[in-house]
Design a protein around this ligand. Sequence first.
Ligand code: UDP
Length: 217
Amino acid sequence: CFALYREAVAYIVDRAKARDKLYCVAINPLKVACAREDPSFAGVLRGAGVHICDGVGVALAVRLLYGRSIQRITGVQLFFDLVAAAESEGLGIFLLGATSQSNDLACRNLLERHPRLRIVGRQDGYFKDAEAVVDAINAAQPDILFVAMGSPKQEHWMAEHRGRLAVPFMMGVGGTFDVISGRAKWAPSFFRKTGTEFLYRICLQPRRLKIVPALCR
Ligand code: UDP
């Protein structure tokens, strides 16, 4: 499993250095349900250059439907591994999303853990002028843009603006900045090890159960 993360990180770093433009989406049952309801979102997911299987639900569905076994790569873990790689490779990162406070604290906590990390810019996720944000990102010239605005908003945002964004690699990271800033808890290790973070999140936010009817259709 660690080898898979290393492979994913090496692939992404190579593509970012080559200035290829692509974005990554972490596929989980919530996104599958959303894509079933909304064909434009399905197109956004298909348009991603990197898809990771972020949840046992998706791995199980692939096994049942196609008889194939795929390994999980969680979005949060891939984020941490990419940040470590960005530090050692000298790649610039931009953190877009979450509240201003959470975003600021997440940047500071990341710099504490990775003193040589180049955070070339940051912006909270509650802005009005998307064009100004795109300009600010381009001016900062990041190699990697992490977008933490929740799903499906972050995926739509990446797909809508990718043409104007001069960023080689983008990735939607949901509530990750809140975890780093300490405003939200990472699921306890039992849930992470068993790939059942969704159960933990459903306990905290029962509204997430609303996806069940869409998944059953
Ligand atoms: N968020 C944002 N802009 C918005 C709506 C949400 O930046 O317009 C942020 C919010 O502050 C939180 C994250 O997006 O940090 C959503 O986290 P959540 O865990 O709900 O996302 P998920 O992982 O479920 O997609």
